[in-house]
Structure formats: C-alpha cells, structure tokens
Design a protein around this ligand. Structure first.
Ligand code: NDP
Length: 333
C-alpha cells in the first residue's frame, strides 16, 4: 500500500529534511501541501514537485490520497491541526514541541487514540546510531551506574530561521521549546529514565525580543538518580555540541551527536583505557519516517511516540517555569 503524506505547513524543515526522508522511504509520497497562503502553497508545491497545493486544511484532509499528515507549522497550530487530522482519520507525524501546554498535547494523543490513528513525534536525534550505542552500553553496564549527564546544545540560529522563534511568544518562540525538548527526549532515550524535576536559568542575549529566552541552562533530575546539565542557545556560533554520561565505572563522551549533519564521535573511557566507538552517520529523519510508516502498517511503534513528545514538552515547560519563578519545578505526567 502506498502511504500518501499531506504536508500541513509549507515549512523549512518539511522542504529541507522531511521531503527527502519521505521520498526515500519505499511506497511513500507527498501528495499535497497546505499553506495558510494558497499562493505560497502553490509556489512551494511547484518548487518541491509536490503535485497538489490544498486551498484549506479541510481540502487537504478530505483528500482520499492523503493517509497521513506531517505537521510542521508553528508550534501553536500543532494542537488544532492534529485534532482535525485525527478526526479525518489521518495518521499524524507531528513536529516538536507537540503543543503549547500539556493539556493540549494530552488531548492530541487522546484524539489519535480515539480515531485509531498512529501519533508520532518527530524527535529525530534518538534515531542516531550514536545515541543507540550509548543507550545499549549504559544498559549493559559498560559505565557502571550512571551518575550524571551533560548535554551541550548551544547553536547559532541560522538567519533563515530568525523569525517567529525570536519574537512570537504566541507561536511558541524561545530556545527552550525549540531545543530543550530534543535534549529531554535524547536524555530519556539514552538513560531509559524519566525526568522528575528541574532548575533552570534563562538568558536574553540580544537575539530574541521581549521576554523570550535565547539561551538556557538547566539541571534535570531523573528517576534513576542521574542529574543532567543542559545548555541550549540560539546565540553561540562556535561551541560545537556534545552529550556525556558519567558513571561509577566509566564515561561516555560524545561529540557532534546533537546535529544530524555533523560527524559523530563517541568515546568510552574506563579503567581499561579509551575506546572510540565505530559509528556511521545515519539518516535520522529517514528512520523516523520508516518507523512511522511501519507503525501505520501494524509493524512496531514509531521511533518517538506521542507519549515521548508529551514527556519532552513536560520537561521544557517545567524548565521555562523554573526560570520564570526561580524555583525548582517538579515534572509529573
Ligand atoms: P518555518 O518558519 O520554516 O515554517 C513555519 C510556518 O511559517 C510555515 O508553516 C509557514 O506557514 C510559515 N512560513 C514559512 N516560511 C514562510 C515565508 N517565507 N513567508 C511566510 N510564511 C512562511 O519553520 P521551521 O521549519 O523552522 O519549523 C516548523 C516546525 O518544525 C516547528 O514546530 C519546529 O519546532 C519544528 N522543527 C523541527 C525540527 C526537527 O529536527 N525535528 C527542525 C526544525 C524545525 P504556512 O504553512 O501557513 O505557509
């Protein structure tokens, strides 16, 4: 069976990552794109060779060739658009953050469950081979009992993306909803543990407008006792990125694993010395689409489920609340 995708949102990520990921997946095609501006939608469709530009969300959702939607609009629209897609019986692959509140994200999951459609979150980083290997090594006891983790994920927001992320709080602007969600998800995946509380400070270093943060440092506690430090920013051009987990018997020290384009490196350091893991860069977005499509076909679960997206949102919202109130904030689902 061919899976026809409808794009909800004529976005940068859809054009630059997800279009190829879907086209690289057997028996999948993007059949229509919906933009709130039909003229823009038509131009986008022509540029990307998508055969149809929908004139409205209803137009896209009533198209029988659309079996699944990929939602990559600005963050406040994910909620109503997921509800509409589920009601129309379409499977949903939704961008992060799933929504602006936990109540909305939980309603999205419930709507998909009621409609018996697959609901997945596009957390691509957990598909990286580096994170899989780290997860396996930790589970196998290679670093003993994990004590602490550090995530370095400060970037310089490229100019093309310096729009709503910096000045539209109503669209879910800010580095925390944009990047901390990925970090919480990757930590949960690698540690196989859930966050329980967070303390954080945020920063406005001149890139974002008003009260919107363009930098954040947070410390999360996980239910296996690990504390994890997370640095994210839109303003830092040369930091590089990394992910470390330190345990009683060893450390995993990874570089270039928080951006799919970089050449990843993971070092296992124990009493026996340093061991550099053999890694190949893998197509993390392709894997997300493949797992989503397999789940639609009744084979397995999405790489990141709706539940995973709810957890990452819970972590990010708690991080924002901690920065706002100056208090430690509990993370409960
Ligand atoms: P974009 O800014 O490219 O697109 C978001 C919306 O803005 C589009 O749906 C579109 O509205 C509108 N838009 C885009 N370009 C223009 C333009 N030139 N003129 C007018 N309107 C425009 O967002 P991103 O692709 O950066 O992000 C979209 C979503 O994907 C977000 O939720 C984000 O968090 C997520 N994301 C996820 C990533 C991942 O790796 N998982 C990476 C990057 C983003 P319309 O459709 O109505 O035309």
């Amino acid at each position: 069976m061919t899976i026809g995708f409808g794009f909800i949102g004529a976005s940068d990520i859809a054009k630059n990552k997800m279009l190829a990921a879907i086209r690289n997946t057997p028996n999948c095609e993007v059949v229509s794109v919906y933009s709130s501006n039909l003229e823009r939608g038509r131009a986008y469709a022509a540029e990307t060779f998508i055969p149809h530009a929908a004139s409205s969300l209803e137009d896209l959702l009533s198209n029988p060739a659309v079996n699944a939607v990929y939602i990559s609009t600005t963050n406040e629209l994910h909620y109503p658009q997921t509800l509409a897609a589920a009601q129309a019986g379409k499977h949903v692959l939704c961008e992060k953050p799933l929504a602006m509140s936990l109540t909305e994200a939980q309603a999205m999951q419930a709507a998909c469950q009621t409609a018996s459609v697959v609901f997945a979150t596009n957390h691509h980083l957990r598909n990286a081979q580096a994170h899989h290997k780290m997860r396996e090594l930790i589970a196998a006891g290679a670093i003993g009992k994990p004590i602490a983790a550090r995530v370095f994920h400060a970037v310089y927001l490229r100019e093309a993306l310096q729009g709503w992320r910096l000045d539209k709080p109503e669209a879910g602007a800010g580095v925390v909803l944009d990047i901390v969600v990925h970090d919480v998800d990757t930590l949960r995946f690698v540690l196989q543990a859930d966050p329980t509380e967070v303390v954080s400070l945020s920063q406005q270093f001149g890139m974002s407008a008003g009260m919107i943060e363009d930098g954040s440092m947070a410390v999360f506690r996980f239910d296996n006792g690990v504390i994890a430090q997370v640095h994210t920013a839109f303003t830092v051009p040369y930091a590089g990125n990394g992910f470390e987990v330190h345990g009683t018997e060893g450390s995993l020290i990874a570089k270039n694993v928080m951006h799919p384009a970089a050449q990843p490196e993971v070092l296992l350091r124990t009493a026996r010395g340093d061991h550099l893991l053999e890694l190949t860069a893998n197509e993390v977005y392709n894997i997300g689409v493949e797992r989503f499509v397999a789940a639609i076909q009744g084979q397995g679960t999405p790489a990141a489920s709706g539940e995973d997206g709810i957890w990452s949102l819970a972590g990010a919202l708690a991080c924002l609340e901690s920065a706002r109130t100056g208090q430690k904030v509990a993370i409960n689902l």
